[in-house]
Design a protein around this ligand. Structure first.
Ligand code: NAD
Length: 453
């Protein structure tokens, strides 16, 4: 099938490449000319494990092309995925101006039948608005158009795997034709019948559930899923604070709580809180949706509040150890909002760093992938070429993103390089026994504090 994907960001590029890999011909559009030039010349606009090779293979095979003009893609493709950003407005609502802009341009040039699929995360009833938009603005009244919702659940850092092996594919439709087209598009993924570019042998994988629903429900499924995951994180962070206060170990608590199949182990790791381009904004947007509909979403406001407090609590821990921050050299391991990505949007690490800078501390940081993007956000700190550079002369090291490589460092070397061998673990990624065994002072989140030992 010929498919247009509008937006070549984290979601658009992965969707476009995945669809090309399973046999479709894809035109990927972005209005950022620099991004299109990078992609056309074989480069990558961001880091995502496994993606660069996949893009290159499909580009070489001419199954994917990158262009800046929507009109070109719409003329060639019956199916159009909208994957543009929906950042938060001042009041927390999703800014849908890019979605609307794309819809305008589609309606101005579409001839014949089109299926327009919202893959961007949008508030419930956006599909209804798009439907109305096309009814009003279509330049060709004889061009029927279906609108569908197909929310994206990929996780940055494992997005390629998530495209090929999703937990479910959700589609919200209001016509059989749209449902049939979407099922056809995703058939190889649903049946797991493609040659997997991620694993050597995936043939034993079970078919992927295909959830067909109305458009409102599909839109709501995405916001509800992200809000629930954010709620789990804030819940365990709340429990972590209690563990610290009363002298219990949140690691053990979370482990045993997570063994209950009704709860599940994932997203029960305490830390400096959630960030990224999705959870904070989707939570805010969902709260606004609830408010506008007259529903009580106080629960989710608390989830947000607990998350915002994580930065204060962590900075207080640092001050508790270092007393005065002015003039102190502090090393930071990890800048990305999570490991295996270079995305620093709403990264808790940057929030912590900004607070340290405001208090006069000198910060030296290292991240395996995210330094270029972090430099744009926080140019005033020193960026190091490796994790040891961040440790050099530091009076404290903060672990703020749980990159695997930090677990394999030469701890004796780190210890020797630091002015004071103190590690504050904002992700509970290290073993207390290992670090204290090597002579470090170690502070994590939610363990029995020194006062209780
Ligand atoms: N990043 C994630 O992990 C993730 C996961 C699931 C859902 N989502 C949702 O997917 C959407 C996109 O997220 P993202 O992280 O890919 O954003 P992004 O900022 O990385 O990418 C958006 C892209 O759209 C392009 N764009 C904007 N307006 C355009 C226009 N008028 N015409 C053509 N291109 C245009 C931008 O230049 C940019 O490259 C958001 O709604 C987000 O909430 C993101």
């Amino acid at each position: 099938m010929d498919i247009a994907v509008i937006g070549a960001g984290y979601v658009g590029l992965i969707t476009a490449t995945g669809l090309a890999e399973i046999g479709h011909r894809v035109i990927c559009v972005d209005d950022d000319l620099a991004k299109i030039e990078v992609l056309k010349s074989g480069g990558m606009p961001f880091f995502e494990p496994g993606l660069a090779d996949l893009v290159e293979r499909n580009r070489q095979a001419q199954r994917i092309e990158f262009v800046p003009q929507i009109e070109y893609a719409v003329a060639d493709c019956q199916v159009i995925f909208i994957c543009v950003g929906t950042p938060p407005l001042e009041n927390g609502e999703a800014d849908l101006s890019s979605v609307e802009m794309v819809a305008r341009r589609i309606s101005a040039c579409a001839r014949g039948y089109h299926l327009v699929i919202e893959k961007s995360t949008v508030p419930v009833q956006t599909g209804r608005r798009l439907r109305k938009h096309f009814d009003i603005y279509s330049s060709d009244p004889d061009s029927p158009c279906d609108v569908a919702s197909n929310p994206e659940f990929l996780r940055e850092g494992s997005a390629v795997e998530d495209f090929f092996h999703p937990d479910r594919i959700v589609v919200g439709v209001d016509s059989d034709r749209a449902a049939r087209l979407l099922e056809e598009i995703y058939q190889p993924v649903l049946a797991q019948s493609f040659t997997c570019p991620v694993h050597r042998d995936c043939r034993k994988r079970s078919p992927v559930p295909f959830v067909v629903t109305d458009i409102n429900s599909a839109e709501l499924i995405k916001h509800a899923s992200n809000s629930f995951l954010a709620m789990k994180i804030s819940f365990i962070n709340m429990v972590a604070d209690l563990c610290e206060a009363v002298g219990a170990d949140v690691g053990k608590v979370a482990e045993a709580v997570g063994m209950d199949k009704r709860i599940g182990a994932s997203f029960l790791r305490p830390g400096v809180g959630f960030g990224g381009s999705c959870f904070p904004k989707d939570l805010q947007a969902f709260v606004r949706v609830g408010q506008k509909a007259g529903c009580d979403f106080t629960l989710l406001r608390e989830v947000e509040r607990i998350n915002e407090k994580r930065i204060d609590l962590f900075v207080n821990k640092i001050k508790n150890e270092l007393w005065v921050l002015r003039g102190k050299r502090i090393g930071v391991w990890g800048l990305a909002f999570k490991p295996r990505t270079d995305d620093v949007r709403c990264a808790p690490s940057l929030a912590v760093i900004r607070r340290l800078l405001a208090e006069g501390a000198r910060v030296r940081a290292y991240d395996p992938e995210a330094m270029e993007k972090a430099k744009v956000e926080v140019p005033e700190i020193e960026y190091c070429t490796d994790a040891y550079g961040a440790a050099e002369g530091a009076e404290a090291l903060l672990a703020l993103t749980e990159w695997e490589e930090f677990l394999h460092l030469d701890l004796a070397k780190v210890h020797q390089m630091m002015a004071r061998p103190l590690i504050l673990d904002g992700r509970n990624m290290f073993s207390r026994a290992t670090l204290t065994g090597q002579g470090f002072e170690y502070v994590d989140i939610g363990s029995r504090t020194r006062a209780h030992i």
